[in-house]
Design a protein around this ligand. Structure first.
Ligand code: ADP
Length: 353
């Protein structure tokens, strides 16, 4: 396992005046690169051969390092290059998916923004629910046994696949019939989570927690645009077409202002619970995936403990970041600002592991 002490040692060898913000070319990489550029830091993207020309074509990208496979990031050769360049890794959804939370914890000896322990919590749906519940958040009812299904449920499989293979079921019979058609190994199928399907409006608020001054900011909010469920609402009838939840884009949204105090309290409770469950807890950007019911209650079904792709709609700032800053502040830029401020205060060790 890569220890915190080991990462602190790597940091001691860094030239803190020449820090380089690094991530995989995917997900929110362009926003992260622009954020670094806006804050006067260099950026470096690790890209596979196919995506290299695409990422090289954007003027906000400083350096593209081509690798054959994303798992090569774990090789000593690539890690050495990253350390020599004083790289700080910013994990995003694709980074965690391609490299693996376990591998990041066990093998990636390069400083990473936030705590890498948190990535293990967010990669496991059951741990996520434990965290949400510890924060006092309402979560959808879970059904351990398909026989107990007494309302509309959504059936989810392990791994952040962007909603692929999920299905809806109204009772046990429906569940069993649909499960037969799921093309996944039996072991994965057996590990599914059966959740109450909560009907309401979706919100995916983007938070940023800084341990430097113990502050929590709301930087933006989006709704995931999902295929085909968001297309079905354009039809007068579903015509028996089963909905799927594959993310294809994101849409900006603002929340009714009277709901914001409750939302911020929930965000603070998420941070507080994380500190108790896995110290030092949540650092940097995180997002809650939730539905707001007609009774104006939030029901949270996921927590992402890193930058989310929905922040890409606010490369130039959001209606919330505009209230916090007199300059366009994306989540990617806020990350680089945090790195810069921590370096200036000689507190990089507090935000990196
Ligand atoms: P993934 O982990 O693959 O990102 P999510 O858990 O975010 O998947 O679910 C994918 C989508 O399914 C969500 O964005 C939302 O539209 C819908 N969804 C998930 N859980 C629920 C729920 N309990 N009630 C209503 N809709 C849900």
């Amino acid at each position: 396992m890569i220890s915190k002490k080991g990462i602190d040692k790597v940091l001691e060898g860094y030239n803190q005046k020449k820090l380089v913000v690094c991530t995989i070319g995917s997900h929110s990489a362009l926003q992260i690169a622009k954020g670094a550029r806006d804050e006067g830091l260099s950026n470096l993207l690790l890209c596979n051969r196919k995506n290299t020309p695409f990422y090289k074509s954007w003027p906000v990208v400083d350096v593209v390092l081509t690798i054959d496979s994303y798992k090569d990031i774990l090789s000593e050769k690539v890690q050495e290059v990253l350390r020599e360049r004083n790289a700080i890794i910013v994990p995003h959804g694709s980074f965690v998916e391609y490299v693996g939370a376990g591998n990041i914890l066990e093998k990636l000896n390069v400083p990473l923004l936030g705590s890498r322990v948190v990535l293990e919590w967010e990669s496991d749906r059951k741990k996520q629910f434990q965290w949400l519940k510890a924060a006092g958040a309402r979560t959808p009812k879970e059904f351990q046994n398909p026989e107990d299904i007494d309302r509309l449920v959504i059936v989810k499989f392990p791994g952040a696949k962007g909603g692929a293979d999920y299905f809806l079921a109204k009772d046990e019979k429906d569940y069993s019939t649909k499960m037969i058609d799921v093309n996944l190994p039996d072991k994965v199928k057996a590990d599914c989570m059966i959740q109450e399907y909560v009907v309401g409006t979706r919100f995916y608020p983007h938070f940023f927690y800084s341990p430097l001054d113990d502050s929590l900011q709301l930087l933006g909010m989006d709704i995931r645009y999902e295929s085909n469920v968001d297309g079905l609402s354009r039809l007068p009838d579903s015509f028996g077409i089963e909905p799927s939840y594959v993310v294809t884009g994101n849409i900006p949204v603002v929340m009714r202002e009277s709901l914001l105090p409750g939302l911020m309290e929930l965000g603070r409770n998420i941070v507080k619970a994380s500190k108790k469950l896995f110290p030092p807890g949540m650092l940097g950007p995180f997002c809650l995936e939730m539905v707001c019911t007609p009774e104006l209650e939030f029901v949270c079904f996921e927590v992402s403990a890193r930058i989310v792709a929905g922040t890409n709609v606010f490369v130039n700032g959001s209606p919330y970041s505009a209230l916090l800053y007199d300059e366009p502040m994306s989540c990617g830029r806020r990350i680089s600002r945090e790195i810069k401020e921590a370096a200036a205060q000689d507190k990089l060790k507090e935000i990196l592991y």
